[in-house]
Design a protein around this ligand. Sequence first.
Ligand SMILES: Nc1ncnc2c1ncn2[C@@H]1O[C@H](COP(=O)(O)OP(=O)(O)OP(=O)(O)O)[C@@H](O)[C@H]1O
Ligand SMILES: [Mg+2]
Length: 283
Amino acid sequence: MRRDVSQDDGIIVVQNVTKRFGDQLVLDNVSLAVEKGKTTVIIGRSGCGKTVLMKHMIVLERPTEGQVFFKGERIDHLPSRDLAEIRRHYGFCFQMGALFDSLTVFENIIFPIQQKQRITDWTAMSKLVKSKLAMVGMDGFQFQFPANLSGGQQKRVALARAIALNPEVILYDEPTTGLDPVRSDIINELILKLKNELAVTSVVVTHDMKSAYKIADRIIMFHEGRILADGDAEHIRSHPNPIVQEFINGQVSEAELAAIRLGGTCFEAQFDPQDFQPTGSGH
Ligand SMILES: Nc1ncnc2c1ncn2[C@@H]1O[C@H](COP(=O)(O)OP(=O)(O)OP(=O)(O)O)[C@@H](O)[C@H]1O
Ligand SMILES: [Mg+2]
């Protein structure tokens, strides 16, 4: 799907962006305008380039070709110092290494605030941290270190940090992965609440179609570095492309089934106990 976007078409605009890592083409001339105050959900198979695309929206990756705009201003070529200023408008929660291991939950949450201003009123700060943690069901964990939390708990703390500064735009990379269904739905409700009450713009990468249908104003299916489908939930549900249908229904394609069959039986693929015996042991 090809279309042209101009720099004022959305709060974030990715224009003709191509990204290569060495010989690998990850983004193939992608253009996308993220609409202000709406929730845009990006879906697609593992490894198709969703995280890389999202990182371009905040210039954690720079395009090989093409441009990125925030509120009409080109940002992809800015030096780090200027980018720090732009990033203050964003909250972001990426897949990996979301929290600082050496800081407590409390210190992790106030980190972006400290970057912006010197904290003098610690009572107010404690209240703020408490309210942000309560939003994700993590009040009471202020003085724990990330290593003592489960994966899902760490993710929720990272979300609380992402919303700490009331950002205009929040980028969420798989916010519900690793959470139980009830916690996942709390995150969905949080994203809806931030949109409805504070007109926050959200971009959400997810594999969770239930979440996608619930929160999205617009769903973009990404495939092999390009946008394959783009529209509201109904548009995606009834999309004629079999790749879209296989993804949203969690089905394996005929080609993939054939590859599994070609791979031989599971029995043939097992290790033999003797594979683990030390060589030269005399057995
Ligand atoms: N910094 C990097 N250097 C080299 N290759 C990279 C880098 N970041 C990503 N890639 C490659 O780009 C491709 C897309 O990665 P990306 O993380 O965007 O996938 P994804 O769609 O987010 O997958 P998942 O759903 O598994 O998170 C992968 O093949 C990955 O190996
Ligand atoms: Mg990813």
